[in-house]
Design a protein around this ligand. Sequence first.
Ligand code: ADP
Ligand code: ZN
Length: 735
Amino acid sequence: MPSERFILKVIINTPLRKTFDYLPHANINKSQLVPGVRLRVPFGRSRDVTGILLQVSDKSELPHAKLKRVIAILDKTPVFPRQHLRFLLWACQYYHHPVGDVVLGTLPRLVRAGAALELSTLDYWQPVNCPKSDIAKLLKNSPKQRAILDYLSKTGKPVSPEDIGGHFKNWRGPLGQLQKKGLVRKIAQNESLAGTSASPPFELNQEQKQAVKTIITCLDGYHAYLLNGITGSGKTEVYIRCIQEVISKDSQVLILLPEIGLTPQFVEHFKARLGIKVDVLHSGLTDRERLNTWLRAKEGRNSIVLGTRSAIWTPFKRLGLIIVDEEHDPSYKQQEGFRYSARDLALIKAHQTRIPVILGTATPSLESAYNVTLGKYHELHLPQRTGNARLPEILIQDIRGETMQDALSPFLLRIIGENIKKNEQTLLFLNRRGYAPVYMCHECGKMVQCPRCDIRMTYHKSDNQLSCHHCGHQRPLPSQCPECGNRTMIEIGHGTQRLTETLEKFFPESRILRIDRDSTRRKGAMHSMLKDIQEGKVDILIGTQMLAKGHHFPGVTLVGIIDADHGLFSADYRASERMGQIIMQVSGRAGREEKPGKVIIQTHFPEHPLLKTLQAHDYSAFNCLLLKEREEAGLPPYSFQAMVRAEANKLEPVRRFLTEARNQFPHKGHPCEVFGPFVPPIEKRAGKYRMQLLIQACNRVQLGKVLQEWILEIERLPASRKIRWSLDVDPQEMI
Ligand code: ADP
Ligand code: ZN
């Protein structure tokens, strides 16, 4: 066909669910029009954007004369392998999310901006040999430069920008100064940099051996494994052996973790054990570093990419294995914008690439547990702790009628005291940061609400403020009641700050450390706190769920769960599942080494069957109970859900819009149920009124079809352009 007849279907980053048609520029050679190359195209008024060529067609819905021409083709070859484009399009269809946001939104910023796709050699840094007296003179008034230089000297080998960034904030300026003064120099390292040597492997136990053997004997082809191993059973070692096997065959490995910032130990351990360079994707990277990792993966130049959920969007040349650690963790689901689940996508990617995927956890999600019963996943058990470590004893402590000392029962206080005397560490878990969740007038009972959300504000004593944990709004403490003017305001309930204060009162000699989002805000804070714990500089540590994630605290022998009841009776049907996971994960921190551990769960419902199964360390039984409940209620994983959320400055337009949307629902031939519009537990958030529709089907394919039809209908509603709304497939949160 003559080039004038080519119609290029181009993906552009817009909220619209479609591609855009363009004509090629003059003298184009058809061989240049490979799907996946970037194009520069005019878009809207006087704006050029980067798009991606999806396909070449000979048809357009628009008249030829109306079509604009491509300005330039930016690449000779597609920016990602064909296979990756297929993966992106699958995600786009499954989540019914605009194709531009999926395909372009998941690219590194520099790729999106049209930058040349060249691997820049990373600069590593090392000190220049200088007499000490010269250094002292040059750095007399520059403590930061001094610190960086000391760090570089200490490590004894060239240091990557990534590592410097891990230790220092705003380090580029001072490092530049050091270079100017001739104290450090840059050396270009190519990406095949060898790491430290691997520490000697120990003998695997029987179950570990079996798991590794099962996985590595079929590395060709799709297999989904649920590596169900209690905390401390050596799952990481199983990963490592499988990874070694895969990279020895020159394939690549993708490892997903819930939150890298919270698990530096895991990453360090991994790097040390594997002894080769691990590309870590985290939020602290510069655009250039991110692009480098992306390019290395796609060109097959690295062996391992380790990252959080967005690392699932890395294209690989020879991917051979995917590992999803802590597969149950809710943070694998993105909760805004493109609402994907990296865990679920890992399975799709493995399936499309025909490779194995390992989902590792001590507390399988109900979805995964159910998939095992369906035969979709192969379950591998690691039922015992490695070495001599034993599982902690779990005590369920009935606090009904107890005289509590703030949130602590006399029993728990006594046990903490004994533990301190033994010089052993205690971990107290309370999933509520701040001082008190309620700040109230003692005279009229008025509780201070966030002006932007229909939720009470949390009292933060350390900075003498009230703070909204939903929108971040802060205000100074009112000196009097905004309602009646009375001056006696009281705080009700307990957060981590208050618990810390209480413990300081009871154990004034002890070293107490609080770990939550407030206390770890400063960069590097978490790192140094973990180090203090590790070095035994802490007696009692108090924390939120940040503490539950994958840390190894060898010295902790006592764990206290301050409030287990919250999860037993909640409006969100997932609350019990989350509570069980957190209790098991936190308990798993105790007694990992020689000394046995003890866990005390404070509750008003000591007979609750869910708590009983946890007490018996029988997480499978816990999941069975929950699965039965879900089956009876027809809830996921026995059904499939989607949620349409909408919000606006007033409630009525939201209700009207969702009612109209509901009226458009294509019921015919689709056995789906629609619930709503209803108001979520938090009606107003950040100044917006919110409502939602819940769609439920017993078949995933059915749900997909109906959503596809329906979403086009919704988009045709005039109100859909005035109201902020979104579709969430497989929603994880009901709020
Ligand atoms: P999990 O991830 O299952 O909670 P880890 O992988 O962190 O457990 O393993 C716990 C500890 O046991 C680690 O220090 C690890 O190095 C060690 N370990 C793993 N496998 C073995 C083994 N076969 N023998 C002795 N120690 C082991
Ligand atoms: Zn708020």
